[in-house]
Design a protein around this ligand. Structure first.
Ligand code: FES
Length: 115
């Protein structure tokens, strides 16, 4: 991916998810801004591989504007399929990215009391 989108730490996020890849040990963080039950903005940082960057870019673009429920429907496998071309040995990277999203939503729920 030549110009990944939405890379960077978000100032004052509503939810943060931090994951370490269970296989590779790489780190991925997802930041969310949530307004009225929808994802207003999403960004990420990672020390992971090219696939983590590509999947982070794709996921953050896909979820902007979605409701929380809609965004949580996206799992790593759907993300890998959506990318149309991610090699299967990189699917764990896509799973790590979706886990970070789920953790960021859980963090938002904890902070806001939303359930
Ligand atoms: Fe670790 Fe892809 S993020 S190998």
């Amino acid at each position: 991916m030549l110009s990944p989108r939405n890379i960077g730490v978000m100032s004052s996020p509503d939810g943060v998810g931090e994951v370490v890849g269970p296989i590779c040990g790489d780190q991925f963080s997802m930041y969310l801004q949530i307004k009225g039950g929808r994802i207003a903005k999403a960004s990420f940082t990672t020390h992971g591989c090219w696939a983590a960057i590509a999947m982070g870019s794709l996921l953050t673009e896909l979820i902007e504007g979605l409701s929380i429920r809609e965004a949580l429907f996206l799992d790593g496998e759907m993300l890998a399929r959506e990318s149309a071309g991610l090699p299967e040995d990189k699917w764990p990277c896509a799973r790590m990215v979706s886990m970070a999203l789920h953790q960021a939503v859980a963090d938002w729920q904890r902070r806001s009391g939303a359930g």
